[in-house]
Write a protein that binds this ligand. Structure first.
Ligand code: LCS
Length: 405
């Protein structure tokens, strides 16, 4: 815990100092990697008291580890939440939220477009557990209210949907949910702070694939859930730590702690590059549509201006016109993507490198064609995660790629 009061400190200060203090043994400034599975007790009595929670201390790294706990404290501070559970993947966080908040006989509402594996959890896993799910366009507030039932416990959606880039007004949904006694969980992977703060907007739980912007260096798979201690405690105790065992390793936690120290700088560059590339793509005559919340053409641009604080992120999707120089738009698009030299064809996002991928055959391939159609995921949509390279080079790469058409 920092000596400086971080309560009202800026994002950059919190991302550097929250959860970190010089190591008590040797004064190491960087958080040490406690690479151990178990912890020794001095006496049986001390071990029993740590296990029962009578005194603080560590017993076994699945339940708690100083490096992992430092990460949890930092992510909680960044999302302005009371408590955090770090998980070994973003899907670990999705699983923790749904298994921790829903039980057989409950009803949940899920945004109609979510990450492919999340869609499978809602459509298939929850059905097996006898939990009913209604898919709703969370931009349609009347439809959300109409979908609420007596037994609705959870409203779940992504701040910006993967891959359609639709933005939801979190405050408006939270108000409706709370009037009906349901809780709101928001996957904020695409728009981490300092872009969007779902808990400040009224959500109860916020989750992340930390694999993306939170770690930011493309070398870790991890996740996190943040919220009030009364909600987070039982999820950790009953689901993520004890049952599913989705605790991240100390080494991965250390890498994320390290990555988070430069998050404000990284996000500023992602946002700056993202806006420039989105505007460039919108100006290309072959491009039919660019989906990016920072463009005036985005249907929820007004909500974006308020909720994203002028930081529109580094992710966008686009599609080419139906017919391009005698080719259908998708064939032309594949030619362009294959011709890119700086951008890599790869899933994931939020890395320093610019990444480009085809959702229908990659990130959302495990959904049925019907589920993709229901979610509005088009077969010819391409998703781009703009990296931290110099933006002139990213645009020059696209210029030379479009020149092959
Ligand atoms: N939530 C969102 C919004 C995601 O985009 C992903 C992964 C997850 C949760 C799951 O996180 P993971 O377990 O992979 O850490 N999205 C990916 C994507 O769009 N490309 O590769 C993975």
């Amino acid at each position: 815990m920092s000596k400086f009061d971080l309560t009202n400190a800026g994002f950059g200060t919190r991302s550097i100092h929250a959860g970190q203090e010089p190591d008590k043994l040797h004064g190491a400034l960087a958080t040490p990697i406690y690479q151990t599975s178990t912890f020794c007790f001095e006496t049986v009595e001390q071990g029993s008291a740590i296990f029962s929670g009578e005194i603080p201390g560590y017993a076994y790294s699945r339940g708690g580890n100083p490096t992992v706990n430092a990460l949890e404290e930092k992510i909680a501070a960044l999302e302005c939440g009371e408590a955090c559970i770090a998980t070994s993947s973003g899907m670990g966080a999705v699983g923790g939220v749904v298994l921790g908040t829903l039980a057989t006989g409950d009803h949940a509402i899920c945004g109609k477009c979510v990450y492919g594996c999340t869609d499978v959890v809602f459509r298939q896993t929850l059905a097996k557990l006898g939990i009913e799910v209604t898919y709703v366009d969370t931009n349609d507030l009347k439809a959300v209210e109409a979908a609420i039932k007596e037994n609705t416990k959870l409203i779940y959606f992504e701040t910006l949907t993967n891959p359609n880039m639709e933005l939801t007004d979190i405050a408006a949904i939270s108000k409706i949910a709370h009037e009906h006694g349901a809780i709101v969980a928001v996957d904020n992977t695409f728009t981490p702070p300092p872009q969007v703060y779902p808990l400040k907007e009224g959500a109860d739980l916020v989750l992340h694939s930390c694999t993306k912007y939170i770690n930011g260096h493309g070398d870790v798979i991890a996740g996190a859930i943040v919220g009030r201690a009364e909600l987070i405690g039982p999820i950790k105790k009953n689901v993520t730590s004890k049952i599913c065992g989705t605790t991240p390793s100390p080494f991965n936690s250390y890498l994320i702690l390290r990555g988070l120290q430069t998050m404000e700088l990284r996000m500023a560059r992602h946002c700056e590059n993202g806006l420039a590339v989105a505007k460039y793509l919108e100006s290309v005559p072959y491009v039919k549509k660019v989906y990016y919340p920072g463009l005036e053409s985005h249907p929820q641009h007004e909500v974006a201006k308020r909720m994203m604080h002028g930081n529109y992120g580094g992710i966008m999707s686009f599609e080419l016109k139906e017919e391009v120089n005698g080719m259908d738009g998708f064939t032309a698009c594949k030619k362009v993507v294959n011709a890119l030299k700086l951008a890599s064809i790869a899933v994931s996002l939020g890395d320093p490198e610019t990444l480009i991928q085809h959702p229908a055959s990659m990130t959302h391939a495990n959904m049925s064609p019907e589920a993709r159609a229901e979610a509005g995921i088009k077969d010819d949509l391409i998703r781009l995660s703009v990296g931290l390279e110099n933006v002139e080079d990213i645009i020059a790469d696209f210029e030379q790629a479009f020149a092959v058409l």
